[in-house]
Design a protein around this ligand. Structure first.
Ligand code: Q6P
Ligand code: ZN
Length: 556
């Protein structure tokens, strides 16, 4: 199994900014990239990643998702004067140009393609590209929403063309709808696009009818576009997890991608001036973890939005640390069971006052009234505070086994000799003699139960330890057992105790490797579906994470 996490970043992508006054665009600042990278360096995470250089994308690569006319138009921007740039900008919505943005946009695409190359050739297992400008709003012939070229859409086409990826999953957890990605793959069944986004019945930007839940794709691509529009702000950790358990993951496992992209925008985190959501940065550890057993672990995260510099940096760290394989933190704020925020939240998370850093020489042009308005806005947003995520530790020993003398210890695991000799993250007790593996039941039905019942119950319950037992006669096929073992390590800080008669395929999962893909799933049998749904309906009054409609009660 391939190991290692790629980190792709280049300071050059901080070298463009807004050169005039524009209240809509002033949040998209170079500091977004600087604070994200610095947080990765300070926390020691950057050092643990495989650093891969960026490159410029070629014209041919950009043309995988854009028209020639658009590319030729953008090519002229490095030679434009301020007024020409402003005029060019006005052709598009919520975006700005700068003499260096074309260069940066080529690097942003190139960085994403470098990530794809390294993941698809198995040089690393997964990785993250920290890029600017972002991509998911950009369209065949249009810049939009701070985006010039559609980094992830180009990379998905590239993975199909150059790495023979048959099915690509794009998970867009940015708080805005990546309509550019949706348009690009509208009628393409080989790319499944999922996006949740602030919508408020079409009153939130980009105010499109086609961002609603009933845009499911067209022609052969019908069913391969999944939109989850939020009609309220303030969505929290439970809401995000519930959508993963009940909507995204069942579809994603059925689809069985060869490669997963994350349009990793962190404006869906608490404190963001655009999103106004309540999910805390640690939730991204779980969202990442839950995607890491698809596509044999091939996950490419690519930065999109995120405008609160504090929650952005924390969320980036949570994502990268999970890609590195460290156990996920205890999921906080899961409606019902967990405690509310502490009364006295840490002051460290106050949004750093913006120094007008995004404004260039023309930055003084705004009127007094506008500046007053900005001050009020800033004051309101300064109130949003949340506890700093707890430091996550990498276990020094991942997995230890208690084995009969005659049984050999799998590579990478430790053998328990005495209790004090080691304190591993996982422990396995192998019971007596191996028995032959059993036949498999209905894989799709079991996965439905794992995603739709077991994980929501587990997350809501917040166990201190996960006990897994696989005893004789156990009717679960190997791949399913691996998925179960891997997914459940998102609970209890990864502390898992396993009782087994055959060690075989389990050790790999306990060591942090991805579970093997189950292949595309067919619909589970009607009996399984029936009993699953009866059980879920019976339990959902007591376990809100099992609810799939808003008719029971609100989370808060
Ligand atoms: C937001 C434009 C909205 C005004 C409403 C990759 C990142 C993004 C861009 C958002 C543009 N203004 N208050 O794009 O999705 O975060
Ligand atoms: Zn966004």
């Amino acid at each position: 199994m391939k190991m290692g996490t790629a980190l792709i970043y280049d300071e050059e992508m901080t070298k463009y900014k807004l050169l005039w006054v524009d209240p809509v665009c002033k949040i998209e600042v170079p500091e977004r990239l600087i604070v994200s990278y610095e947080a990765l360096v300070k926390s020691g995470l950057a050092d643990r990643c495989v650093s891969i250089p960026v490159r410029e994308a070629t014209d041919a690569e950009i043309l995988l998702a854009h028209s020639e006319e658009y590319l030729e138009a953008v090519k002229k921007t490095p030679f434009m004067h301020l007024e020409e740039l402003m005029t060019f900008t006005q052709k598009y919505g919520d975006v700005y140009f700068h003499p260096n943005i074309y260069h940066c946009a080529k690097l942003a695409v190139g960085a994403t393609l470098q990530l794809v190359d390294n993941v698809m050739t198995g040089k690393v297992r997964n990785g993250m590209a920290l890029v600017r400008p972002p991509g998911h709003h950009s369209q065949s012939s249009a810049a939009n929403g701070f985006c010039v070229f559609n980094n992830v859409a180009i990379a998905a086409q590239y993975a199909k063309k150059h790495h023979k990826a048959k099915r690509v999953l794009i998970v867009d957890w940015d708080v805005h709808h990546g309509q550019g990605v949706q348009y690009c793959f509208e009628d393409d069944p080989s790319v499944l696009y999922f996006s949740w986004h602030r919508y408020e019945h079409q009153s939130f930007w980009p105010n499109l009818k086609e961002s609603d839940f009933d845009s499911v794709g067209s022609g052969k691509g019908a069913g391969f576009n999944v939109n989850v529009p939020w009609n309220k702000v303030g969505m929290g950790n439970s809401d995000y997890l519930a959508v993963f358990f009940h909507v995204l993951l069942p579809v994603a496992y059925e689809f069985s991608p060869d490669l997963v992209f994350i349009c990793a925008g962190f404006d869906s985190a608490i404190g963001d001036p655009e999103g106004h959501m309540s999910a805390t940065p640690d939730i991204f550890a779980h969202l990442t973890h839950l995607l890491m057993n698809l596509a044999d672990g091939k996950v490419c995260a690519v930065l999109e939005g995120g405008y609160n510099l504090t929650s952005l940096a924390q969320s980036v760290c949570q994502t990268v640390q999970t890609l590195l394989g460290d156990p996920a933190p205890r999921p906080a704020q899961l409606g019902g069971a967990s405690a509310p925020f502490p009364e006295e939240p840490s002051s460290k998370n106050r949004r750093p006052a913006q120094q007008g850093g995004s404004q260039g020489p023309e930055g003084d042009a705004g009127g007094d009234a506008q500046r007053e308005e900005e001050k009020v806005e800033e004051k309101e947003e300064e109130e949003i505070v949340w506890p700093e995520p707890l430091r996550r530790v990498a276990p020094s020993l991942r997995s230890a086994l208690l084995l009969p003398d005659a049984v050999e210890c799998p590579d990478g695991c430790a053998r328990f000799t005495c209790v004090r000799a080691c304190s591993p993250l996982n422990a396995t007790v192998l019971l007596r003699s191996p028995s032959p593996p059993q036949g498999c039941g209905d894989t799709a039905g079991v996965m439905q139960a794992v995603l739709g019942l077991l994980l929501p119950l587990g997350y809501q319950y917040e166990p201190g330890l996960v006990l897994l037992a696989r005893l004789p006669g156990y009717q679960v096929e190997g791949g399913l057992w691996q998925q179960l073992t891997c997914l459940l390590q998102g609970l209890a800080l990864g502390h898992t105790l396993v009782l087994l008669q055959v060690i075989g395929i389990t050790a790999s999962c306990l060591l942090g490797n991805a579970a093997l893909s189950l292949g595309p799933l067919v619909a589970p049998g009607p009996e399984d579906v029936g009993s699953f749904e009866r059980l879920r309906l019976r339990l959902q009054t007591d376990w809100p994470l099992l609810q799939t409609t808003g008719t029971f009660r609100d989370w808060k």
